[in-house]
Design a protein around this ligand. Structure first.
Ligand code: NDP
Length: 449
């Protein structure tokens, strides 16, 4: 195992995010390796940390003034052991190969946990949609798909959204794929409802996170109701996390974007959340504008020099980081514990640093890791693929019921697998072990490919 980590670092020394996720994962599956020597003998780990395929490509596009820009596009197809590659596309200036590989690696085991036949992949570009007009975003998406289309397909690789890729971008990407292939297929998920999308897909990641949190609280005889929640981000995941907290009677105190956060001690109620959705999804404004509408709230600009995020220091009961990776440092985790937080459920992918996770462990904070807690999004993407194949659509209630059942099953599986390896109540170990065993055994069944 140490060899697999050393090989990873030696091969790509600059890929810090990828090393971080691999280390966290391999350490927690050690008991499985000890019980199953065949995984070591057949180099399952060495194979898992090397993507099956990586596609890097140039994306040239023209802005509204006629200026030419060149971005870099990525698609990392990590594993197809249990199904066609599946995972989102991220458009953000920070995107690089390390980030896409870490996300693709996480996606393999998250998809395995959903019980659906989905392999793992991730992609994106170092393009920043912020401040770009709709026509510029459309031209970028078309240029991106002009290369990606030859590598994807409804039975090969099915991308979806992620940071910076929402309904608008999926529409432009799908339109270009259809034109180039002359085929109307379910090649992307997160599609519009009138052209192959699934009800509940926009809500699914956020709703799933709170379904998972409710299961965790339920084990301690507690509920979401009446609890004070700190939420970061104000995009797709954060919005529907907040919505489900409100449905279940909790109080949301914070939301944020990359410029800063708002704190509303009275709570962000349904009307205020509707304002945030309109602000972010339609006007594409900044979270600070919330305080123009609701002056009792406080806006605190982000300060990268600070080294910790003031959003995590308010007194609260529960927290859902739903913005980006490594957004909770060890210092932030100590603030959360000092503020009374007893549950952290990860909405974003890898939002907690290893130091933060150590603090949560030390203080017995209930901790729901991303690959289990935010699997609702890809689960409903899987259900969208099923509906597309059948050329039919299920009702909102039907999809929501299936989503809820999948999340309950993931929660149960995490606890059962953790207990089977003597790690009672450890969701991190449970999620990693359950995700790994299914993929590893499929790899053994399929031989050295
Ligand atoms: P969105 O683009 O809709 O929203 C992202 C939010 O996070 C925005 O508020 C954004 O602010 C903020 N943010 C992004 N980067 C940073 C940063 N570097 N520092 C501070 N804030 C930042 O993305 P999603 O809501 O879809 O994704 C959020 C997280 O959830 C990601 O980690 C993603 O991988 C994960 N996820 C998403 C799923 C989905 O179905 N969409 C499924 C599973 C996981 P700003 O607008 O200023 O950039």
């Amino acid at each position: 195992m140490e060899q697999a980590i050393a090989d990873c670092i030696g091969r790509d020394p600059e890929q810090r995010e990828f090393h971080q996720v691999v280390r966290e994962f391999l350490v927690s599956i050690r008991p499985v390796l000890d019980r199953h020597p065949e995984y070591r003998r057949l180099a399952v780990l060495e194979r898992l940390v090397e993507p099956e395929r990586m596609i890097l490509f140039r994306v040239p596009w023209m802005d509204d003034q006629g200026g030419v820009h060149v971005n870099r596009g990525y698609r990392v197809e990590m594993s197809s052991a249990i199904g066609p590659y599946k995972g989102g596309l991220r458009f953000h200036p920070s995107v690089n190969l390390s980030i896409i590989k870490f996300l693709a690696f996480e996606q393999v085991f998250k998809n395995s946990l959903t019980t659906l036949p989905l392999g793992g992949a991730k992609g994106g570009a170092d393009f920043d949609p912020k401040g770009r007009s709709d026509t510029e975003v459309m031209r970028f998406c078309q240029a991106f798909m002009a290369e990606l289309f030859r590598h994807i397909g409804e039975d090969t690789d099915v991308p979806a959204g992620d940071i910076g890729v929402g309904a608008r971008e999926i529409g432009y990407l799908f339109g270009m794929y259809k034109k180039l292939q002359n085929k109307f297929t379910g090649v992307l998920t997160g599609k519009g409802l009138d052209w192959g999308g699934s009800l509940i897909r926009p809500e699914s990641t956020g709703y799933g996170i709170i379904y998972f949190a409710a299961e965790m609280l339920g084990r301690c005889g507690e509920t979401v109701a009446g609890k004070r929640w700190l939420v970061s981000g104000s995009g797709n995941v954060a919005q529907f996390t907040a919505e489900k907290i409100l449905h279940l009677g909790g109080r949301v105190l914070t939301m944020s974007d990359s410029s800063g956060h708002i704190y509303d001690e009275e709570g962000i109620d349904a009307a205020k959340l509707a304002f945030i959705k309109e602000l972010k999804n339609v006007r594409r404004g900044r979270i600070r504008e919330y305080c123009d509408q609701y002056p009792q709230a406080v806006y605190v600009p982000a300060d990268p020099v600070l080294g910790w995020n003031p959003l995590w220091h308010y007194p609260a009961d529960c927290a859902v980081p739903a913005a980006t990776q490594n957004e909770i440092t060890g210092q932030d985790a100590r603030h959360l514990v000092a503020g009374g937080v007893r549950l952290v459920c990860e909405g974003a992918n890898m939002p907690s640093t290893p130091e933060a996770i150590a603090v949560f462990r030390e203080h017995a904070v209930l901790f729901g890791p991303a690959k289990a807690a935010n699997a609702g999004g890809v689960a409903v993407s899987g259900l969208e693929m099923v509906q597309d194949s059948m050329r039919m659509s299920w009702t909102r209630e039907e999809v929501d019921t299936r989503l809820h059942a999948i999340i309950r099953a993931i929660h149960r599986t995490c606890l059962d697998e953790a207990a089977a390896y003597g790690r009672e109540g450890d969701y991190v170990a449970g999620a990693n072990i359950a995700g790994f065993v299914k993929v590893a055994s499929a790899m053994l069944d399929q031989g050295l490919v």
